[in-house]
Design a protein around this ligand. Sequence first.
Ligand code: PEP
Length: 256
Amino acid sequence: MRTPMIAGNWKMNTTVSEAIELVNEMLLGLDKIDNIDKVICPPFISLAAVRELTKGSSIKLGAQNIYFKEKGAYTGEISPLMLADLCEFVIIGHSERRLYFNETGKITNKKVQAALKVKLKPILCVGEKLEENEAGRTEKIVTGQLSASLAGLGYPNGLIIAYEPIWAIGTGKAATGEQANETIGFIRQTISQKYGRRIAQDLRILYGGSVTAANATEFINQPEIDGALVGGASLKVDQFLSIVKQAAEIRHCLSG
Ligand code: PEP
């Protein structure tokens, strides 16, 4: 059975002291919830402080981005080696990076490779725009993003995929559980064709896009969905704890 995961993407929110405060508020509650991967992805500048606070707890950390070069004259960038010491996961190809920073499939591919080289686990985001969804092109878009991002890679051990329809991110207009389940099932099939059935069955695929405490169960209850990548609601302690609890409870039920 795949271990469910709830990952909180704080995006460009919280100063270092606000990040410390937020972690302190959720630490005990989160730490107590078992049988689920609980990941928080604060801004780069807070990773070290959050790592200190979460040391010895069951909370895992992720970064929100990575550069693909090891080191050198790349002012302002953060290398895989710098992150490897600080966290276990890294979000790659988030739609906001694709949209505002022109990240192409070629770039996400280099980033996935760079992350894996230092044993960081990529949370690779894919998803379609509203007009693509309405034109019935979701599967085509997602297939293109997957094949570009995973081009030339033997099985990327540790990979996690997040299906995030762009029209659902930060809009309050989530997909339905059924819609998300269908596309995630399709992603699993695509991975199965590329890497084989066994690998596809073990791969964790999350849903992301306006997940809240009120709708989390609808997604986590679906057979293909292994958890959620949560943006806005991950900054609210009660919301985030409730989403994680719901996911852990559903898993307990499923595993009997
Ligand atoms: C995200 O940032 O990946 C996300 C899903 O955001 P939100 O939950 O706010 O829609």
